[in-house]
Write a protein that binds this ligand. Structure first.
Ligand SMILES: N[C@@H](CCC[C@H](N)C(=O)O)C(=O)O
Length: 271
């Protein structure tokens, strides 16, 4: 029997299992991650964060002493980046005093990311520069189609602007499709966005590898970037998701994502 301690937390209701594996001893196969993330047969979560020293991560070439966020989707797939996961990962590092102060760096598959504690204990992460593509993609879902902006935030996104009524009516239990298909050879996260007032948008998301979630941090940054490109709005963007509210502030080439993140459980898993 495999028996280990886990933690569980959420960041705007995007929920994650956290597994401490400082020395890189855990073998997390896709099927085992699926089992852990299953909401009936396992612990249940949108994704999993393995806390490991970067020196134990194959192919990592940067600072070996950094903490590395090894992120997995609930279907067991690996993703390059996770904005909410990174904020929860940072909360865990601070709770456990694994970092010396409220400003530190975390290694991810999308490079080294900066973290800082913001007002009221919220956690801000520098997601880097969102790169929008000049070529749109067509998103199809439920018999409708929208032209969507392609945004790379370390991981791939398609952002479609929809009406308020369309946003609430969407059935995101199924994966939206897109054309040309070749735009996202490795799949994509698809965000549906509606402007509620200047500088404020509402968003729902279907995540690659996890389905509809209550929030997606990189999706929020992608949506804010697409919104700024579409409207010319240059200040802070406030994004409401089903799980709460996040803000995006662009400082030069850096998009800072800010919001709450909380660890609320520690348990023992028996497999
Ligand atoms: N929930 C995340 C994104 C997780 C990865 C994504 N599903 C992908 O496969 O790219 C976030 O908060 O950014």
């Amino acid at each position: 029997m495999r028996r280990f301690t886990f933690l569980k937390g959420q960041a705007t209701l995007n929920d994650f299992i956290v597994i401490e594996d400082h020395h890189g001893m855990q073998d997390l196969s896709p099927s085992f991650v699926q089992q852990l993330c299953d909401r009936r047969g396992g612990i249940g979560a949108d994704g999993l964060l393995r806390v490991v020293r970067a020196q134990h991560v194959k192919d990592w070439q940067g600072d070996p002493e950094l903490w590395f966020m090894d992120y997995r989707n609930s279907d067991g797939s690996v993703a390059e980046m996770c904005g909410n996961g990174l904020r929860l990962f940072a909360r865990h590092l601070m709770n456990e005093q694994l970092v010396p102060s409220g400003r530190f760096s975390v290694a991810t598959r999308a490079g080294v990311k900066e973290v800082r504690i913001a007002r009221g204990g919220l956690i801000s992460v520098d997601v880097g520069r969102p790169r929008t593509s000049p070529e749109p993609v067509t998103v199809n879902h439920g018999g409708s189609e929208w032209e969507a902006t392609v945004v790379d935030v370390g991981n791939p996104h398609a952002v479609a602007f929809v009406d308020a009524s369309e946003l609430s009516a969407l059935d995101l239990s199924r994966q939206p499709t897109w054309s040309p298909e070749a735009t996202f050879p490795d799949g994509a996260n698809v965000e549906f966005v509606h402007e509620t007032e200047p500088g404020r948008i509402s968003m729902r998301v279907h995540e690659r590898g996890s389905g509809e979630t209550m929030s997606c941090g990189t999706g929020v940054v992608a949506a804010a970037a697409a919104y700024q490109q579409r409207t010319g709005h240059s200040g802070q963007v406030v994004v409401t998701v089903p799980g709460g509210e996040l803000t995006v502030d662009v400082e030069g080439a850096h998009a800072w994502l800010t919001g709450p993140a909380v660890i609320h459980m520690r348990g023992e898993y028996w497999a």
